[in-house]
Structures are given as C-alpha cells and as structure tokens.
Design a binder for this molecule. Structure first.
Ligand code: AMP
Ligand code: ZN
Length: 113
C-alpha cells in the first residue's frame, strides 16, 4: 500500500534494523524501544490491524507466532517476554499496518497503562 510506513520497510524502501525476514514477514528492532529488547514482527501483506483478521489468516498468524518463539529462543528470552498488538485509537496503535511488538529483558508491569 502506498504511503504506508511498514509496507515501505517490508519492501526495503525505508531502512530498518532487521533481525529476520522471509517471504511473508519481516522482524526489525523498534526505533523507540520500550524494553531492553523490543522488536516488531510485521507481515509483508498490508493488513491494517488485528481487527481485519479472519480465519483465513490462520496460517499467517501461526507462522508469525512460530517466528516469534524462535527469535525469542535465539535472543535468550528464557525469563519470558510479552507479545502485543495494538488496535486502533484506544488501543494505542500509531502505525496502521498490523504488527506485533515483542518486549523482553525486563519485568513488565500488568495491567498496561
Ligand atoms: P504502535 O504504536 O503499536 O502502532 O507501534 C508502532 C511502533 O513502530 C512504535 O513502537 C514505534 O516506535 C515504531 N516505529 C515507528 N517508526 C519506525 C521505524 N522507522 N523503524 C522502527 N520502528 C518504528
Ligand atoms: Zn502497509
């Protein structure tokens, strides 16, 4: 999609600090980290948010969570981590392209603000 920041990062048109990439998704470090380890997992397909998902996206979501588990193993997140996807205004979403935050390497408070 034109004028979408994460579509441009996925296409390599805007640089990112990349951890992992395959045909379906890209994972890169968040530019404004909220934890010692904070990366984003982003499908290359433009999906605005989790609110756009349906059962048809089951394989993609399984792949995303499989990659997250593998990256967290590789990054040494054995103490745990949090996966978050913000949806819309009240959810605090600022980039309208589906992405999963992975936050790790500190104790995370609950409930979130
Ligand atoms: P959200 O607010 O949930 O939509 O998350 C968007 C995230 O994208 C924020 O944590 C931003 O810090 C991050 N972000 C924005 N621009 C970039 C960029 N160019 N590279 C990496 N992360 C970015
Ligand atoms: Zn997009």
């Amino acid at each position: 999609m034109e004028d979408c920041l994460f579509c441009k990062i996925a296409a390599g048109e805007i640089p990112s600090n990349k951890l992992y990439e395959d045909e379906e998704l890209i994972a890169f470090y968040d530019i404004d980290p909220q934890a010692p380890l904070h990366f984003l997992v982003v499908p290359k397909q433009h999906i605005t948010s989790a609110q756009e998902l349906s059962e048809e996206n089951a394989a993609l979501l399984g792949h995303i969570y499989g990659v997250i588990a593998r990256l967290c193993r590789e990054q040494g997140c054995e103490k745990g981590y949090r996966v978050v996807t913000n949806v819309g205004e009240d959810g605090g979403q600022t980039v309208p392209h589906l992405h999963f935050h992975v936050l790790a390497k500190r104790s995370l408070a609950w409930p979130p603000g």
